[in-house]
Write a protein that binds this ligand. Structure first.
Ligand code: PDD
Length: 284
């Protein structure tokens, strides 16, 4: 099936959507993105993704040529035009096309692209089995709080994880876990406390992370916001990741060794259930 994609105000069959070779997203990775889940044709956590998009734009002095109302309308329209029931919407904004120069061009017009990917999100077999991760050095740039499209290092780390027979990598810097290649990393200690790294430039400020912490607190699960080491994670009762596409997903193996008793734990299962119930109810 040919998707209909959005490119700078036009709706086009995917094969006809073309961007200039001078686009700074292509030449400099001078572009940011968001990924929003869609379930039952409705947007999950849209407000959070729209707010983080504005933050990324501001950090890079870019301006979106769409008002907040227009941006939401485009999201709704792409769901409708592609009859998307479940999957995700990928949105990218680059600074636009300009002759190659390291300085930001004065009058470039941002390139705005949206496309959909239909796939099961809710029914994830890994929720029952958990995923395996291997630790890898975090060799990304130091502004991971900006959601840029510089994703080749996360791709390398994921390929290395696959080579080692694992599903994903947890990245480690100065002895502490930063995050997964495309998700936030968390653990649950043996006394039932959710431990997650504090927000800084070292990690992406996950939308699912923020909601999960709020839900945990509301459910009486203690939350400790601090970094943790791979060793602490291995000695923890549970580990899990959060992201727009995985929601809350158990991690049952780190570097070939089991986390807790090697099966998804009750706190992770409860948070996944609560997260899904709340976010489906508030989807727009
Ligand atoms: N990735 N950390 C990184 C490095 C990420 O790329 C992501 C999301 C997250 C989780 O953020 P959120 O909960 O807002 O989705 C954390 C998306 C899903 C992606 O790149 O496909």
């Amino acid at each position: 099936m040919t998707r209909i994609v959005y490119l700078n105000g036009a709706w086009l069959p995917e094969a006809d959507a073309k961007v200039s070779v001078f686009d700074r997203g292509f030449l400099f990775a001078d572009a940011i993105y968001e990924v929003t889940a869609v379930i039952g044709g409705r947007l999950i956590e849209y407000a959070g993704h729209a707010a983080r998009l504005q933050r990324s734009l501001a950090e890079l002095a870019m301006q979106l040529p769409l008002s907040p109302e227009e941006l939401l309308a485009v999201h709704r329209d792409i769901v409708r035009r592609n009859d998307l029931r479940e999957g995700l919407i990928y949105l990218q904004v680059s600074r636009g096309a300009a002759d190659r120069d390291f300085s930001y061009p004065k009058d470039a017009v941002p390139t705005v692209v949206l496309f959909t990917q239909a796939k099961p999100v809710l029914d994830n077999p890994r929720a029952k089995t958990g995923i395996s991760v291997v630790t890898q050095p975090d060799l990304r740039w130091a502004r991971r709080d900006i959601k840029t499209v510089q994703l080749v290092y996360p791709s390398m780390a994921k390929m290395e994880a696959a080579r080692l027979g694992a599903d994903d990598a947890w990245l480690v810097e100065d002895g502490f876990v930063t995050e997964a290649t495309s998700a936030t990393a968390h653990i649950v200690t043996r006394d039932g406390t959710l431990v997650t790294r504090e927000l800084s430039n070292a990690i992406l400020h996950g939308i699912t992370r923020a909601s999960t912490l709020e839900i945990a607190r509301g459910a009486g699960i203690p939350v400790d916001v601090r970094p943790f080491t791979p060793e602490e994670a291995l000695g923890a009762a549970e580990a899990f990741i959060t992201s727009a596409t995985s929601f809350v997903l158990p991690v049952t193996q780190i570097d070939g060794r089991p986390v807790g008793n090697g099966v998804p734990g009750p706190v992770t299962a409860r948070l996944r259930e609560l997260y899904i119930a709340e976010k489906l109810a508030s989807a727009i």
